[in-house]
Write a protein that binds this ligand. Structure first.
Ligand SMILES: [Fe+2]
Ligand SMILES: [Fe+2]
Length: 161
């Protein structure tokens, strides 16, 4: 655990550790959202992205290995907050609203993941690590694709309400 940052590399290592926690939280949340969702298509979307998320965690481990960094987790308070809000809303919502709540919660996580990877990619480009950039881009592309699918679902559920 870092107490103080002196170099861009230390900050990058911290952000990678935080991204690992983010993906752990995301994986757990996708499982909960899959259980909560009523739409079979939405359940399948969450299941599919959980598989991608496992691969993303592998990619992050590869990035750490490539840079000779530890895979220690660092805090990810944002994803913990989104997960907490999601659980609370799911608990309080009628059955007919669960898909809509699940989609909005998942969108929150995806957008935070997109921001995280965009910052990591910019830093990796600055440090001159093309292989690391490629691995992080692979993760970013999956988050963006998932986000687009979720937006389409959100519109579908809103139109059916
Ligand atoms: Fe992810
Ligand atoms: Fe994601």
């Amino acid at each position: 655990m870092f107490e103080h940052f002196d170099t861009p590399q230390e900050l990058f290592e911290y952000r990678l550790g935080s991204a690992l926690s983010m993906e752990d939280d995301s994986l757990q949340m996708l499982g909960e959202l899959e259980s909560a969702a009523r739409s079979p298509e939405l359940k399948e979307m969450f299941r599919h992205h959980a598989g991608e998320t496992r691969q993303q965690i592998e990619n992050l481990h590869t990035v750490c290995a490539e840079l000779g960094l530890s895979t220690d987790r660092e805090p990810s308070q944002t994803t913990k907050g989104i997960a907490k809000e999601s659980s609370s809303l799911l608990r309080k919502s009628a059955d007919g609203l669960l898909d809509s709540v699940a989609v909005a919660a998942a969108l929150g996580t995806e957008h935070y993941e997109i921001a995280t990877y965009e910052a990591l990619i910019a830093a990796a480009e600055g440090m001159g690590h093309p292989m690391v950039v490629n691995l992080l881009r692979a993760n970013l592309d999956q988050e963006k694709h998932t986000s687009e699918e979720l937006v389409a679902k959100a519109k579908q559920f809103a139109a059916a309400a």
